[in-house]
Design a protein around this ligand. Structure first.
Ligand SMILES: N[C@@H](CCC(=O)N[C@@H](CSC=O)C(=O)NCC(=O)O)C(=O)O
Length: 288
């Protein structure tokens, strides 16, 4: 499968390498790009733990890679970082009819669409949770027995729901300002309604709080949320996740960070804490 990957760029970085790859995706039916940071510990027969970063609305594989400043700590901790794109792209891929930023291109919401015209290409759950991991495992020195997942905003929703929907796969899960309950906010209602149709029961299969209420579990969870985030009250609602975790007995470390907004300056400020949280749990995870 490695030959399916085309290298877009390779840059030496903190003793490791920041790479960007392009490949043909069977799930989305498009070319997809993803970023991979390989720490210096990787290679020559040595596989390293992997941390996935799922980005938010309007992002590509580039935002986290160039703005979060995660590579220095990942190199220190020996973590591979994989950052996928947030939607299929290309001339054949439909977009929001009004060109809005919260649906369509850059807004795949990490679900497999069931509704026309989205269902042909918008298959981001299968892409991120199945196709891309298989490709990463075959082409890169990744230890798939030790995986963590984190994300921001729409990508925080993606990270938590994909972990909840794949029990046992991720030893560590964390998020920056996640959309805690898409069935209870305008971004989520628009996206899940568009991609999955009007049956709200289908939306709940991709809602962190509803999944937890239904019995899905992660070992524990870390969330950072800025108090000056302009999306906090209308879209993110961390209190819903807090209540769901409390009811389910899931240990949640929710840190309300005074004065921080929704930007990558916020992510860059706390990404080291998240990577250390992941590294500690991945160290304890069983080797394959
Ligand atoms: N452009 C929009 C706001 C879009 C935005 O803030 N996107 C965030 C993620 S929001 C939730 O998923 C983001 O990460 N943007 C990219 C970046 O590099 O900051 C608007 O105009 O309001």
């Amino acid at each position: 499968m490695a030959e399916a990957l085309e290298t877009v760029s390779r840059n030496r970085c903190f003793g490791g390498e920041q790479r960007v790859y392009r490949h043909r995706s069977a799930e989305t039916g498009t070319d997809m790009r993803f970023a991979a940071f390989l720490p210096p510990q990787a290679g020559e027969g040595r596989r390293v733990p992997v941390v996935w970063f799922l980005a938010g609305l309007t992002c590509t594989e580039e935002n986290f890679t160039v703005k979060a400043g995660a590579q220095r700590v990942a190199a220190d901790l020996g973590l591979m970082l994989i950052a996928p794109d947030t939607s299929p792209r290309g001339e054949s891929v439909p977009d929001d009819p009004q060109g809005a930023y919260d649906f369509g291109l850059g807004a795949g919401f990490y679900v497999d669409a069931t509704q026309e015209p989205w269902s042909k290409h918008y298959r981001m759950e299968s892409y991120v949770a199945r196709e891309l991991p298989a490709l990463v495992e075959s082409a890169l020195p990744a230890d798939m027995g030790r995986q963590g997942i984190m994300g921001h905003s729409m990508g925080g929703h993606g990270a938590i729901t994909i972990a909840l929907r794949n029990p046992g796969r991720f030893a560590a899960v964390s998020a920056f300002a996640p959309i805690s309950s898409p069935v209870n906010c305008p971004w989520g209602e628009k996206a899940l309604g568009g991609y999955l149709g009007p049956d709200r029961a289908k939306w709940r299969e991709h809602d962190s709080c509803a999944l937890i209420e239904g019995g899905a579990r992660v070992p524990d969870l870390m969330v950072d949320q800025g108090t000056a985030d302009n999306f906090l009250e209308a879209q993110l609602k961390p209190q819903l996740l807090e209540a769901a975790c409390a009811r389910a007995g899931i240990p949640l470390t929710l840190r309300r960070q005074e004065g921080y907004d929704h930007s990558y300056f916020f992510i860059a400020s706390f990404v080291e804490d998240h990577l250390r949280w992941h590294a500690e749990r991945l160290r304890r995870a069983p080797h394959p």
